[in-house]
Design a protein around this ligand. Structure first.
Ligand SMILES: CC(C)(COP(=O)(O)OP(=O)(O)OC[C@H]1O[C@@H](n2cnc3c(N)ncnc32)[C@H](O)[C@@H]1OP(=O)(O)O)[C@@H](O)C(=O)NCCC(=O)NCCS
Length: 155
């Protein structure tokens, strides 16, 4: 059974979060494992930012972050953002990313947000889930899509 928890409640999953970040974005972000560890600490100390971890039983199988701001020039006023969505390669195509996206959307709506944003160069996964392209932005020298989704109000 798939469950989703905040990383602050399950610190044992921290190593998996660092390993996924390093494997997926370490090269482009020029981040080391230590840099990712510092980034997770920054998020834990932030009043809004969150790291959510999906578990298959006791095993961490994916993560998604919700962050207040993306520091990307003209779009830095938009908030909040779905970020760092990654699923363990052995657990892909089983709906884990879809569950993490839904969780972050519900969390943002519960906090009173009416829109959620993300940056991606692969928009395909998001089109079928109600996301639309809002703009493009420069992210460390590469052009990426800025996408947005209107959120259902929290019950
Ligand atoms: C992209 C990624 C998060 C998808 O995770 P996943 O758990 O396999 O995705 P799901 O099984 O929940 O699939 C969700 C939907 O996206 C689709 N999808 C999955 N991977 C896709 C891909 N690479 N391209 C296009 N669509 C994709 C699925 O068909 C599914 O659509 P449906 O529900 O309409 O059938 C995963 O492949 C991954 O971690 N990739 C590396 C990191 C990455 O690229 N993250 C996104 C950065 S913006």
């Amino acid at each position: 059974m798939l469950t989703i928890q905040s990383l602050s409640a399950v610190p044992a999953a921290r190593a998996a979060c660092i390993a996924w970040s390093q494997a997926e974005w370490g090269e482009t972000a020029r981040f080391s494992a230590l840099d990712w560890d510092c980034e997770l600490t920054r998020i834990e100390e932030h009043p809004i930012d969150q790291v959510f971890v999906a578990f298959d039983g006791n095993r961490p199988v994916g993560m998604a972050w919700m962050i207040e701001h993306e520091e990307t020039g003209s779009i830095s006023h938009l908030t909040p953002w779905l970020s760092s969505l990654v699923v363990d390669p052995d657990h892909r195509e089983q709906g884990v990313a879809a569950a993490l996206m839904a969780h972050v959307e519900a969390y943002a709506a519960t906090g009173g947000d009416t829109r959620l944003f993300l940056l991606t160069d692969t928009p395909g996964i998001y089109f079928t889930r109600g996301w639309e392209v809002l703009d493009t932005a420069d992210l460390a020298g590469r052009s990426v899509f800025v996408m947005q989704k209107n959120l259902e109000p929290a019950p």
